[in-house]
Design a protein around this ligand. Structure first.
Ligand SMILES: Nc1ncnc2c1ncn2[C@@H]1O[C@H](COP(=O)(O)OP(=O)(O)O)[C@@H](O)[C@H]1O
Ligand SMILES: [Mg+2]
Length: 265
């Protein structure tokens, strides 16, 4: 049975998509079977892993998987161990479909049920095919995010060391607690990962320490720094990338910490 982990914070530019892609890739390289799900209409995870424009997946995405309650038809194989459930801009119509039954192409697929548990129920048919499912979320506390949280046992909170990210954390934690209360998977925070660190900035250092003091149990020891090869993954991807080793190196410790937390649960 897959362990499902959502990467989240309702602020943009905190490294969610990059971290989800790298984590999915690293887990698959260690020999586990992984499904990566893009729940952000920006389609960044989709483009990172598939190395194709997200528009290529119009009509063939996680949105249709949820509307038709059929995952397998929309799986995109990435490598032997890694599959992707892609997204594109039409995922932004997900709330309209939930509340009106109208899809973006004009058809009607009435939806009845709990609006937050659609992804959770959709994934039931494939959970025994994977060791891990990792989910990327949008920079908002939208239906896409609540569905991701309710479909997951664990959540990794991305903390980019800035004041606006700091102020986003309490509401995000409330959303995780809501998913624990109203969902069926006992959703809990696996840890808080400090990302995009600029080691030269004293304010970043201060926020690193502040968040660790606020959440001493949850904070991961690993701190992800701003590093050009990691940023350029969006350009070069995971195949034929001469600087891949350098792009991923700082994530190896995070991977080890994350795995040991999952295994000790
Ligand atoms: N460690 C890093 N060092 C340098 N650039 C990074 C790093 N992590 C992410 N980036 C870049 O920063 C931007 C925001 O990252 P992204 O993963 O898209 O964040 P989010 O999904 O939270 O919006 C992207 O352009 C990405 O390529
Ligand atoms: Mg993103």
């Amino acid at each position: 049975m897959a362990v499902t982990i959502t990467m989240g914070i309702q602020k943009g530019g905190c490294g969610k998509s990059t971290t989800t892609g790298i984590l999915a890739y690293l887990i698959s390289q260690k020999g586990y079977k992984v499904l990566a799900i893009d729940m952000d209409s920006q389609g960044n995870l989709t483009e990172l892993l598939s190395e194709q424009p997200s528009n290529d997946f119009m009509g063939k995405s996680v949105l249709e998987a949820m509307q038709q309650n059929n995952v397998e038809e929309f799986i995109v194989p990435i490598n032997g161990n890694l599959d992707l459930l892609p997204a594109n801009n039409f995922l932004a119509t997900f709330p309209r479909w939930i509340y009106t039954g109208k899809t973006y192409n004009g058809s009607t697929i009435p939806f009845k049920g709990n609006p937050s548990l659609i992804l959770d129920q959709t994934l039931d048919s494939v959970r025994d095919k994977y060791d891990f499912i990792v989910i990327d979320t949008p920079p908002s506390l939208s239906e896409q995010t609540t569905n991701s949280l309710c479909a997951s046992e664990y959540v990794v909170v991305l903390f980019e060391c800035s004041n606006w990210c700091y102020s986003a954390i309490p509401n995000f934690m409330d959303s995780v607690n809501g998913a624990q209360e109203f969902g069926n998977r006992g959703t809990e925070v696996l840890g808080i990962l400090r990302t995009m660190n600029d080691v030269r900035r004293s304010d970043a250092k201060a926020f690193n320490e502040l968040i660790a003091e606020d959440y001493p149990e949850q904070i991961f020891e690993t701190i992800i720094t701003r590093k050009a090869p990691t940023g350029r993954l969006s350009l070069y991807g995971f195949n034929s990338n001469n600087e891949l080793k350098s792009a991923l190196a700082q994530y190896e410790n995070f991977y080890e910490e994350l795995m040991s937390r999952v295994q000790s649960k």
